[in-house]
Design a protein around this ligand. Sequence first.
Ligand code: DGJ
Length: 332
Amino acid sequence: MKRLFALAICGCAVAEAAFGGNMNCGLWFDDKGHHINAHGGGILKDGDEWYWFGEHKIYGDFGNRAYVGVHCYSSKNLVDWTDCGIALSVTNEVGHDIESGCIIERPKVIHNAKTGKYVMYFHLELKGKGYKTARVGIAVADKVTGPYRFLKSLQPNGYESRDQTVFVDNDGAAYHFFSSNHNQTMRIIRLSDDYLLHTKTEAIMADGDKTEAPAICFKDGWYFLIGSGCTGWMSNPARSYRARSIMGPWERLENPCVRVNPANGLGPERTWGCQSTFILKVADDDYIAMFDMWCPKNAVDGRYAWVPVTFTKGGKIKVIWKDVVDPRAVGN
Ligand code: DGJ
């Protein structure tokens, strides 16, 4: 289906294009004609549909606080998205961990084949405490679209937990990756079989690198992690890592980004103005790296960039900028 998208990066209109996929950093519309509101997100395939979960932002300066919750969209083709509503809602209960006005970031949902439950992990900062409380929140649902029931928030095994993701390995074991120790270190903890608890199996990677925004995939015997540096909402150079075993040792590789985003003139030195959030496996050998282009002055206007992932013969990961990516054509 051909659609017309207006490309306006954080308020300044620069181009208009007609195409079959999504124009990176343009407006991506849902079935109701609204710009998709699922920032810092991740995608789960369930049956023959894809489900995109992300931070629901609001207009204005305070738009990065959670006044609504985690938004969910579904799609059969990764291009046309249907609004499934709010999967996890914040509450008005004063003092509750997810009280309206807290910070909920980088939600990721995984499905537990044994229990049948859908489990959501997200970075949680308690209301009114800035980024000082450094917790992970866990919520659970019987249906992929929710409603998700908040279970608890905690510091995993006593560690600070900020930017985060969860990764399900080929054997069904799940791992929580999170920035810790004032973001100096990325920690990895294996989850319990039901994905609801952190076990004592833990490791560190990227120690001293100040890596945020972890996004992970596995390809041809290598685990890869793409991340960013720590510069708040401002983009910085991405970095990549690889390991033969998920618990490490992880080896730091170079910046995986290649080429320039012509809409803003930014290249690998600024991750095209974006920050990594998730690597989506679209088919057996095909992956898309998902990025956010944050818009802190009006968070709801944040944009998305999905860029195909390339793996080199030498076992490295590359993400080569494309203006328009049609996920249906990736790998073809
Ligand atoms: C960078 C992180 O990756 C985002 O998720 C968010 O926490 C911002 N920092 C806040 O400044």
